[in-house]
Design a protein. Structure first.
Length: 470
């Protein structure tokens, strides 16, 4: 088992190790390499990678030594903190292949990722376990010359089909629905992944690859002042309760420090050396005010009600119990310095479209029968007391929001929230990846499950409520 002293020693002698064998050992997150902003934003491989009609194979290769080091690091972290979220990287190389050719990259930092889903990297027999993965393109162990990005991305997140959804749509399809309704969301694609550890080949199977929500995500979708984006927070229910924009505990706002297992509810991802968190604190302070008229005026002036109503309409139809509305969890909050507005960006949608956690014991029937204006029931239940959800309270007290929200629900049901919308993606992916699924660790064939039933029942229940539910 590796301990911290040994890790520090390895870091001191790392240059010598590179020169001798091009092998290295674990590192925590390090400073990124320099990249050309225009080049990354204009990289044609960005669209190539997220073309869902393009068959993709990703092979991640590493030595047995590196794989063992990662597993040992995760075990050591578990012994200290009770979870496997060490976020230490090992060195890998990747080979990416699609219909347009092959891309190879050496010295790519690799680690596992995930919250409750993260397991040890290897089991007791030394075999690979199913996990979500992260690849870093803007960091490296050696001085090998290469670009600081791939596919127009600084990093890539990969998730296996943890909820055994035979449609493979509960997250990919959810993001496609947001995008089809012009809501800011990550791009994603399915991809066949193998992990090679020395001569051992692990056919992981079909994973979903995600564009990270980071500085480059923001620059592709929002204006920036002199190339500088505003404050971006990854907002999760971690050690400080729900990220419900209220009831701040000391330390709720900050920058994640894995070395001490510090994981704030509002984890700053940009402007780490300059932000004073003034904009976020202002929003929280306003929402804590008892004057509803004042709060509504602030929200109307500093948030785009049209955008919010569209986002919450899509979210309601997805039926995800683990989102901002139900759980005050799994979203990014972006403060746009140019327009001086706040934006909520949905994230981590694998409990959607009738598959995954159904919200029990608070909800039932995959949230199909939830009322149009429910919110926050789950985190109140988990907290054992009523917990405020001030932004939802403000929005649901605004006639302008409710009118647009219900109108968007109707439009979605009449246009893109249909079984055919998702079926088209399933039918595209099935012939592309059917052969890859055979003999893989995640050998779940494509199918439709009860997706049509979920969409039909959800739509009927929503339409029956519109203009009658208060």
């Amino acid at each position: 088992m590796m301990n911290k002293k040994f890790l520090n020693l390895v870091m001191i002698v790392t240059i010598s190790v590179f020169l001798i064998s091009c092998e290295t050992t674990l590192i925590p997150e390090t400073d990124p390499v320099t990249i050309d902003e225009e080049e990354i934003l204009l990289d044609a491989n960005y669209d190539r990678f997220f073309n869902h009609e393009n068959h993709k194979t990703l092979v991640i290769s590493m030595t047995q030594n590196q794989a063992t080091l990662l597993d040992q690091s995760m075990q050591t972290y578990f012994d200290q903190f009770g979870n496997y979220k060490s976020d230490d990287y090992i060195m890998s190389s990747i080979t990416y292949q699609d219909d347009f050719g092959t891309i190879e990259m050496q010295d790519v930092p690799f680690r596992t990722r995930g919250n409750l889903s993260r397991n040890r990297f290897l089991n007791d027999e030394g075999m690979l376990q199913l996990n979500h993965f992260k690849l870093k393109f803007n960091q490296q162990f050696t001085d090998v010359t290469r670009d600081g990005f791939l596919f127009g991305l600084e990093e890539l997140d990969l998730k296996y089909n943890r909820n055994y959804d035979e449609t493979y749509m509960n997250e990919f399809g959810a993001l496609k629905l947001y995008q089809a309704y012009d809501v800011v969301a990550q791009r994603a694609t399915l991809i066949y992944v193998e992990v090679h550890i020395d001569e051992d080949i692990y056919k992981v199977g079909i994973m979903t690859a995600f564009e990270p929500i980071d500085e480059w995500f923001i620059k592709r979708r929002f204006d920036a002042t002199d190339g500088q984006v505003g404050d971006l927070y990854k907002s999760l229910w971690q050690q400080f309760g729900p990220a419900n924009l209220t009831n701040l505990m000391e330390g709720s706002i900050g920058i994640k420090d894995v070395s001490i297992n510090y994981r704030p509810a509002y984890d700053l991802k940009t402007n780490k050396n300059t932000s004073s968190h003034d904009a976020l604190n202002l929003l929280i302070d306003v929402l804590a005010n008892e004057d509803m008229t004042f709060k509504k005026a602030f929200v109307e002036a500093n948030m785009d009600i049209q955008v919010l109503s569209k986002m919450f309409a899509v979210s309601f139809l997805l039926g995800n119990p683990d989102d901002f509305r139900s759980m005050a969890n799994n979203y990014y909050l972006y403060v746009d310095d140019v327009t001086e507005t706040y934006h909520i960006i949905p994230y981590d949608l694998d409990h959607s479209l009738g598959q995954g956690w159904d919200g029990a014991p608070v909800f039932e029937n995959q949230l199909i029968n939830n009322t149009l204006y429910h919110y926050g029931e789950i985190f109140s239940y988990l907290a054992g007391q009523e917990v405020n959800h001030p932004l939802m309270e403000v929005l649901f007290d605004m006639d302008s929001f409710k009118f647009q929200y219900e109108a968007h629900l109707e439009t979605l049901i009449q246009t893109v929230f249909t079984f055919d919308f998702f079926k088209s993606f399933i039918d595209t992916y099935k012939p592309i990846y059917d052969d890859d699924i055979m003999n893989s660790m995640m050998s779940l064939s494509f199918g439709y499950r009860d997706l049509a039933t979920y969409i039909s029942q959800k739509s009927d229940f929503v339409l029956n409520q519109i203009h009658t539910t208060t």
